[in-house]
Write a protein of this length. Structure first.
Length: 192
């Protein structure tokens, strides 16, 4: 396409005017202004509304004390471990590091296994048309215990659902409307 035949738009027309003069073509347009005596406040003076929760000095002291205690325990544990490492020779340090890595790997493996079992439990609950919220009630220590938990939950869920449906469907027979019994052709045939 030829660039000379394209529609030319004066881009400078849409740019801001640093001098503050009105650009041509907008002489009749007026900007909306605020009523006199009220100036719009800058965003810096209007902070976001603070949360409604306020703390008393006792609460703040308690929170700070708890946080300080946690940090001190963490620091003491790190200091103790550093002292323990300083007493060890190179072979003991390597053995200790290997043991620590093994413990970390075991913890990670256990966490991954729990996630996998949780995912499988969610799939089984979905297949059995049970609510996904019930996954928190399942014992996720092993595949066998989780399957047994799901079967127990399924049986209890079905039993509770059946009882609730039966209770809703159970109703008293309709009451007699009080009309004349003698005019009912069905009852007159039986001589009542």
């Amino acid at each position: 396409m030829d660039t000379n035949t394209m529609l030319k738009i004066p881009m400078q027309f849409f740019a801001e005017d640093p001098a503050g003069t009105e650009p041509t073509g907008t002489a009749g347009a007026q900007e909306p202004t605020a009523p006199q005596g009220t100036e719009p406040k800058p965003a810096e003076n209007n902070p976001a509304p603070a949360s409604d929760k306020t703390f008393s000095q006792v609460d703040v002291d308690r929170i700070v004390a708890e946080r300080l205690e946690r940090q001190q325990k963490k620091f003491a544990a790190e200091k103790e471990e550093a002292a323990k490492l300083a007493k060890m020779n190179a072979e003991e340090k390597a053995k200790y590091a290997a043991q620590k890595r093994e413990e970390e790997l075991t913890a990670r493996e256990t966490a991954i296994q729990k996630k996998e079992l949780r995912f499988e439990a969610l799939n089984i609950l979905e297949e059995n048309k049970l609510p996904a919220k019930l996954v928190d009630c399942i014992d996720l220590t092993s595949a066998e215990t989780s399957k047994a938990s799901i079967e127990a939950i399924k049986a209890a869920w079905t039993e509770a659902l059946t009882a609730a449906v039966d209770a809703r469907l159970k109703s008293d027979p309709p009451a007699y409307s009080g009309g004349n019994k003698n005019t009912d052709p069905f009852l007159t045939e039986f001589g009542s």
